[in-house]
Design a protein around this ligand. Sequence first.
Ligand SMILES: Nc1ncnc2c1ncn2[C@@H]1O[C@H](COP(=O)(O)OP(=O)(O)OP(=O)(O)O)[C@@H](O)[C@H]1O
Ligand SMILES: [Mg+2]
Length: 363
Amino acid sequence: MGKKVVGIFFGGRSAEHEISMLSATSIMEAIPKSRYSVVAIGVRKDGGFVYYPGGKAILHGTDASKVRLAPSGIPVTFQFGKRPGLIALSNKRFLKRLDVVFPVLHGTYGEDGTMQGLLEIAGLPYVGPGVLGSAIGMDKDVTKRLWRDAGLPIADFLVARSSQKNWTYAQIIKKLGTPFFVKPAVAGSSVGVHKVTSSRQFVVAMRDAFSYCEKVLIERMVQGREIECSVLGGENPKVSLPGAVIPTHSFYSYEAKYLDPDGAQFEIPARMAKASIRLVQDIVRKAYVSLGLEGMARVDGFLDDAGVFTLNEVNTIPGFTKISMYPKLWKVSGFPFPDLLDRLLQDAMDRYARGRKLKTGRL
Ligand SMILES: Nc1ncnc2c1ncn2[C@@H]1O[C@H](COP(=O)(O)OP(=O)(O)OP(=O)(O)O)[C@@H](O)[C@H]1O
Ligand SMILES: [Mg+2]
């Protein structure tokens, strides 16, 4: 059997454009070249796709402050239909067949089901959850309601909409206590997330959160260590050992994540009692299945001193940089990076093949 052609998409329109390129750099380096040939496709900030037939696609791929797309790419779009691949935007010439796609695109227009929908229409298998799972995972309100419905542990929360009369500070502290968290329902990288301790901060926090999304979550603050697990597979997913993030700021803010090099420490795997590991893995597995996720996701939550675990959120295209939690947790769980990538790509192709057998009109 010949090598499978993998289209790696990176960059994208979201605030995580640069992080995506760091992730893609480490993925392209680690993909087993004996089984896969790699095709690099950049997604510019204006949304355009550019194909790099040879040479460098990403400049300064390991430096978050300098990383950028190479200027030399060819603008492309998808060839839809029985022979999916890339065609030149200029003259529609067929440039490259693709067998499978790895959308290494974080946040909106990458992780939220929109790119997944385009790949479905193009007729291409892809890594990560499908349209529905991706869209659910991106919306913290829908995610939490499904978890609550499945009887899984979440923090109490209220939803505010920009079009409706808002909760007052007094109403909130009566229901949730103080401090509490304010966050956009759809966002990432902690943008628009605020820890609120006064009515003045509340006003500022709501205004900022509403600037990212018309729906805002107001959440009870959860005490405890921030714990994350990597998950892969379908209805019977595999869950990695848990890891811990220990922010040095008052919470794991945008600054702590990306601007301050000492913003957080990582414990991989997390030092935890065996019983707690089992408890966390069991809740994480149920959390993943209850959202209809497939392919992969990182599930995050909090573990308190009494051993109570509370779910926080999922990331369906988690970070894949050399220092990212998702691949590192698999490494300590017995799945080195190249094997992990092989498994994710193989899963994507198997899922697509299964889908083709259904009477859904798939090509
Ligand atoms: N209810 C809460 N209780 C305590 N801390 C919280 C709570 N909600 C959020 N935080 C803190 O804020 C951080 C960011 O919140 P959250 O993970 O919900 O947002 P995010 O923007 O989706 O992040 P990501 O980039 O992981 O998608 C968390 O890592 C945590 O430090
Ligand atoms: Mg988070």
